[in-house]
Each structure stands twice: as C-alpha cells, then as structure tokens.
Design a protein around this ligand. Structure first.
Ligand code: ATP
Length: 530
C-alpha cells in the first residue's frame, strides 16, 4: 500500500542514505539537511529533468547561474527588505517563538494562549562581506534566485538577441531564516530552487500564465506526481505577494501534511524589471514600484512594432527542489505483499499490537499528545492488517514507543513476517531513479561470474546509466535492497551466462525476469528507461 504517513517516507530516506541531518555529529542544525549518496543522485536527476524540459526542449529559453551574494540594493528595490517578513509571536509562558499564521493562537510547545502580538520578522540571512565589519558591510544570502535573473535581464537580452516572449531558467540555493523549520525537507532554512522568469509583452501575460500552469502540471506528471494529486489554488487577492497580480499555487497532497504548496506560479507584472530600472517614470509602469535613483541600467525591451521601449511583464514558475524530492518519494513509496502471510502469523501480530496499544493507553508517564498519536497510528494499522503490517516498524519508531515494554515483543512478531512476506518499493519513474541498474553475480566466490558481472557494470556505466555492482548477499536479498531504493532493473549473471552470454534482467515493478543477450543490454535498457 502507498505511504499513509510522512514518517514512513522519512524513515526510508534516513535508513537508506537519501538524506541526513546537517552536522549530525554535533547535534545537527535546525532546518538544514544534507543529501546522501542516493539523495544526491535523485536530486540531480530531478534538476536535470527540469532543465532539459524547460531549457533544452523549448525554443524560447536561456539558462543562468547567478551568484548567491548580491549588492544589497537588489533587496531594497525588490521589496524584500521591506516586506519579506513572517509574523512572529512569543509565548509568554515558555518563551518559545512561533510563526503566528501556523499555530492558531495556541503555543504548540506548552499549550498556552498567552502570546505576544505578531510582529514582522525579516527572513533574510545576513553575512559579512570583506574584512571591515561595520553597519554597511553586510550582504544578504538570497532568499530566491529570481532577482539574479532580473538583475541580468539587460545582459541576457544584449548577448542573445532574444525577442519577446522568452524566459530565463535558473537552479540554485535560496536561504530563508524560517521561524519554525519543520516537516523534514518541507520547510527548511537552506534549499535549492528551480525558477523561471518568463518575459512577455504586457497584455499577453494572462494567456502566458495559463500556458505555464499547464506546462508545469505536465512536468510534474512526467516525473511521477500525477495531476490528481495536485490542487491548483488561485490565491485570493488579499493574500497575494506585493509583486503579484495573480498567483496559482500548486498544492500537493503529502502524506500526513495534506495539500501543501509545492510550486508557485506568479504573474509578477512589470514590478521587478520596473523596480530595478533607471528612468522608471518614462515607461508607464502598471506596478507600484519604489522610486529608484541607484540603478545604472534601463531594464526595457525595444518593441519594433510600436517603436518604443517597454518593460515586459513576467510569469514566474518557482519550485523548491526539496519539496519536489519529498513529493516524488511519497508518490513512489509502496509496501507490497509478495507472498500472502499465513493467517496464524497475522493473528499473532494483531494480538501483540493490541497488547501494545493497551499498554500505551494505560501508561501514565506518556504525555497526552504522545499517547494519542501512538494510539491513533496503532489503531489505523490494526484496522488495515495485513497490508499495513510493515508500518509497525514506523509505529515503534515514534516518540514514546520505546517506553512500552511489550513493544519489543511486537517487533519480534512483526519483523520476520514483514521481511519474509513484504517488500518496500520506490516506484520511481525510471528516468529519475538514483540507480538505473544493479548487477549481481549468482555466486560471489566464482571468478567467472564475478568477472563477467563487473564487466557488464563497467560497460553499462559508460553509457551514462548509473549502474552498481553488489555481491554482498543472496540474490533475493539483493533484489529487495534495490527495490527499496527504486532501482528499475537488476541483472543477474549465472552459469548459463558463461555458456551462452545471456543474463537475467528482473523488472522492479512486475518482478518478472527475462533472459537478454549481454550484447543487447544497452538497447534493451535504454528503451525501457527512456
Ligand atoms: P510558504 O508559504 O510555504 O512559506 P512561499 O509561498 O513563501 O512558501 P515561495 O516564495 O513561493 O514560497 O517559494 C517558491 C517555492 O520555494 C515554494 O513553492 C516551495 O516549493 C519552495 N520553498 C519556499 N520556502 C521553502 C522552505 N522554507 N523550505 C523548502 N522549500 C521552500
């Protein structure tokens, strides 16, 4: 069954080295994560698919990689110094701090409603630039990559001779000093963003906004986040950012979290170019901009048809890589029965689970919220046995579970059944899977099998498909390990391979095996992986 909780996805991401907490050896740093050996592959694949779709496969796009540090004036005229704020409240009882619009008037730490009035908290990080530390020598770490594109608008136009409409794409780090980072990769303080600024003639902006909405939804479907899992939220006027005429937020249905923003697609009008431009007053801007006496450039486009300089409107699709990563993993996640577990074993697990829940209910040392969370999860699992049986491991990993003595017995009953009768599979679309192919020798101490398998690995890796070799277990166990990280194909070299040059190729999703001649592996896999 698919993931019913975010914890299942997070547990797998940690267990298999997709994501680690940053600086874990020193207790971590809140809201910051590192991508591990598999995570970096998945992240790179997502980013390069986005780049391929939005830059290479279109005729109207350029790429850019602007610096993270920029002149402070960029953030003055972009409006960020003034308005990039979240509402901060203090709990007078326990002294914790919260983002007011996330907590509904009650402190999540101690439950008190004695909170201060919300006050604006600017989310931009500051850093020192140069050796002299005074009040003017700082710069901001950019909170979005977009401004690097606006600041380079005239450069790109001059060096590419583009005509409207055209766009500039960029992938890079953004930093936001979030008041309460939470939900794993969902709300963090350092993250990668994939942003497009698409410049259009004023008056055609609404039509291009619709175009980008469809284009983006189709990209999401192509990497495994289907249309029916995304809601398009037409942001009400009162909630729009200062630069926006209209914004569509794409809301993905995350396990546990429900529908949350995964991408914003904004009509930024002529606000940004207008704001950063010299001689702004000459161009009949529609946006209300900050008067600018510092800019050295006119950020305009010469329209031959009307024989005048105009300031283009901008459509901006902006997505966070981390939120995408989490959505892709959530969609791919599946726990599947491979061999029906016998009824008596399932009964034994069900009874151990009931004993565990009873003990949780009676335990007075657990905080009420911890107890309720365990009971709610446990009862949901009990109601969905045997399919939900592998989720018992996540239940036992929840806060408070380690204080329940009979938890050990429950694990002892559940784990062998989960191992023998279930598999966890990440059903990634093959093109974004971290590893495309794994190659195994049937026996690890047989020189011929090992040599052939290693040779196949090397040859396939040369074609650009990420290919790994493994001989550290029995074939069945090796398959399971690859299923869990979403490898679409496993190749086994056996004795027949040494005689006729064929190998077995096993498909992750169907578990079907096929014999394929070694010489045809590349084209066979290429066709399937796409
Ligand atoms: P939210 O309302 O969730 O704080 P936002 O509206 O401020 O998000 P945008 O400014 O539209 O977000 O940023 C564009 C995209 O960047 C978002 O759709 C999201 O995917 C990503 N993003 C924004 N803030 C974060 C964050 N703190 N951690 C991870 N991703 C983020």
């Amino acid at each position: 069954m698919p993931a019913t909780t975010l914890e299942q996805v997070v547990a797998l991401a940690k267990r298999r080295g997709f994501v680690f907490p940053s600086s874990e050896i020193y207790g971590g740093l809140q809201g910051v994560f590192d991508y591990g050996p598999l995570g970096v592959e998945l992240k790179n694949n997502i980013q390069s698919d986005w780049w391929r779709t939005n830059v290479y496969e279109r005729d109207d796009m350029e790429g850019l990689d602007a610096a993270i540090l920029m002149n402070r004036l960029v953030w003055k005229y972009s409006g960020h110094e003034e308005t990039f704020n979240d509402p901060l409240v203090d709990c007078r009882n326990c002294k914790s701090r919260w983002r007011a619009d996330h907590i509904k008037g009650k402190c999540p730490n101690c439950g008190s409603t004695d909170l201060t009035e919300p006050r604006p908290f600017n989310m931009m990080f500051k850093t020192q630039v140069g050796p002299v530390a005074d009040s003017d020598s700082f710069a901001y770490l950019r909170p979005e990559t977009a401004q690097g594109i606006f600041a380079n608008f005239a450069n790109v136009l001059a060096t590419t001779s583009r005509k409207l409409p055209f766009g500039v794409a960029q992938i890079g780090k953004g930093f936001r000093n979030e008041i309460n980072p939470r939900n794993f990769l969902f709300r963090v303080r350092e993250f990668d963003m994939m942003e497009i600024e698409y410049f259009v003639m004023p008056g055609t902006d609404e039509q291009w906004h619709e175009h980008w909405l469809e284009a983006r939804l189709s990209w999401w479907a192509g990497i495994g986040v289907p249309r029916d899992q995304i809601q398009v939220y037409d942001v009400p006027k009162a909630d729009l950012a200062h630069y926006s005429k209209r914004t569509y937020d794409l809301m993905y249905n995350y396990p546990t979290l429900g529908y949350q923003e995964i991408e914003g697609i904004a009509n930024r009008t002529d606000f940004d170019l207008g704001s950063h431009s010299r001689d702004q007053e000459k161009f009949g801007l529609t946006a209300k901009v900050i008067p600018n006496s510092d800019s050295l450039a006119r950020l305009t486009y010469f329209d031959q048809a009307s024989n005048r300089h105009i300031v283009p409107f901008v459509i901006e699709p902006s997505a966070g890589v981390g939120r995408c990563f989490l959505a892709v993993m959530s969609e791919a996640y599946d726990e599947q029965i491979v061999k029906a577990p016998p009824a008596d074993k399932v009964d034994a697990v069900a009874q151990a689970l009931q004993a565990f829940l009873k003990s949780v209910g009676r335990n007075e040392k657990l905080a009420a919220e911890t107890r309720d969370a365990l009971l709610e999860r446990g009862e949901a699992i009990a109601a969905a046995l045997p399919e939900a049986l592998p989720q018992i491991e996540t239940l036992l990993g929840m806060p408070g579970a380690d204080q329940i003595e009979v938890g050990k017995k429950l694990r002892g009953q559940a784990q062998p059944v989960a191992d023998e009768h279930f598999r966890t599979v990440l059903r990634f679309v093959p093109k974004i899977a971290p590893v495309k192919v794994a190659v195994f020798p049937l026996k690890r101490n047989h020189e011929g099998l090992v040599g052939t398998a290693k040779g196949i690995r090397k040859a396939l890796q040369k074609t650009g498909m990420r290919t790994v070799y493994d001989d550290t277990g029995a074939i069945g166990r090796l398959y399971r390990r690859q299923d869990e990280i979403g490898t679409p194909f496993c190749i086994t070299v056996d004795f027949q391979s040494l005689e006729d040059g064929t190998v077995t190729v096993r498909d992750r999703d169907t578990m079907a095996q096929e014999r394929v001649a070694s010489g045809e592996l590349e084209s066979y896999l290429r066709e399937k992986i796409g």
